[in-house]
Write a protein that binds this ligand. Structure first.
Ligand SMILES: O=P(O)(O)OC[C@H]1O[C@@H](O)[C@H](O)[C@@H](O)[C@@H]1O
Length: 309
């Protein structure tokens, strides 16, 4: 298990607040890293799954949802936060767990740094006996969190460290905290084709914004390469966060898919006791519409920058 760091304020010689490091424990006694930026913004990441479970802006407002029924036993994926999905989305390979191996693996803290511009932490995970049993490939993952006064950026880097190509999917399963799913609207996906997992059909998004009045599970396929802004806000037109989603393979931008999910009571799993479903919407950047091939020595990146408004 990797070490832990808790970054807390202390004055430096000039009297300006800086961040420092120290050990920290989260729920269930699990090790976490807490980033505290000089602006007052903070983020907490569990080494278990490298799951980011909190992002607070400088006003102290929490932007990320974690279920009140989340289980912190170091075995089950944490229900909420930003679980990391790799190397499969869903369960196309029934021999492997749903959403792959990364969200239930113990990651290692690789580096942490603090600056006036940003506080940053990088976590790593490589193939091991557990991952090899279900996915027999050599890989290295790096998950980097960059916290600034005005944003939080998460980037998952996938590297093929073996001698043969492999196919993978990846996704950042972000649970955004919202006041009321019934009033929520997601903007920026109009005109995209999507796979509707509720009725197993393929459709084109005709609405200018997406509302979620009932169980919603959609995979919006990326349209063109490059950054894509998706706005989470209200039907009334307010915007609470902008999510800038990007994907690339070997440094070349590729279209980034976006999953929009809320189970409502109907599909709430056991660790999401109703009415908790009302308090979040998942807007998840992904490379999931197909499998991506990665050559030996090559890397792919998937990122989401959250800019609260
Ligand atoms: O319960 P899990 O494994 O965390 O998955 C939650 C949901 O994750 C979403 O990304 C999928 O589109 C849904 O189909 C799935 O139900």
């Amino acid at each position: 298990m990797g070490g832990t760091l808790d970054l807390c304020h202390r004055p430096n010689v000039s009297g300006r607040a800086m961040a420092t490091s120290g050990p920290s424990k989260g729920q269930g006694g699990l090790d976490t890293v807490v980033l505290r930026h000089v602006s007052g913004a903070s983020a907490e990441i569990y080494l278990f799954g490298a799951t980011l479970c909190s992002y607070k802006t400088s006003d102290g407002a929490e932007r990320i949802f974690v279920s009140p029924g989340a289980i912190y036993d170091g075995k089950k994926a944490i229900r909420g936060g930003v679980p990391l999905v790799f190397p499969q989305f869903g369960q196309p390979d029934k021999a492997m767990a749903q959403h792959g191996v990364a969200r239930t693996a113990m990651w290692t803290l690789k580096s942490v740094s603090d600056g006036v511009d940003a506080s940053c932490a990088t976590f790593s995970l490589s193939d091991n006996d557990d991952t090899r049993k279900v996915w027999d490939h050599a890989f290295a993952l790096e998950f980097t969190v960059v916290l600034s006064a005005v944003s939080l950026k998460m980037c998952l880097r996938v590297t093929n460290t073996g001698s043969a190509p492999f196919n993978f999917q990846a996704l950042l399963h972000t649970y955004f905290k919202i006041p009321d799913i019934g009033e929520c609207a997601v903007r920026g996906l109009a005109g995209r084709s999507y796979s509707d997992k509720v009725d197993n059909t393929t459709k084109t998004e005709g609405a200018p914004h997406i509302e979620l009045p009932s169980f919603t599970d959609r995979v919006y396929l990326g349209a063109e390469p490059g950054a894509k802004d998706v706005l989470v806000g209200s039907k009334a037109g307010t915007c609470s966060v902008v999510a800038v989603n990007e994907a690339s393979v070997v440094g070349q931008a590729v279209p980034c898919d976006v999953v929009v999910w809320n189970p409502y009571e109907e599909k709430s799993p056991g660790d999401l006791p109703p009415p908790a479903f009302k308090e979040f919407v998942c807007v998840e950047p992904g490379m999931v519409g197909k499998f991506y091939e990665l050559a030996p020595g090559s890397s792919a990146e998937l990122s989401q920058k959250i800019i609260p408004s």
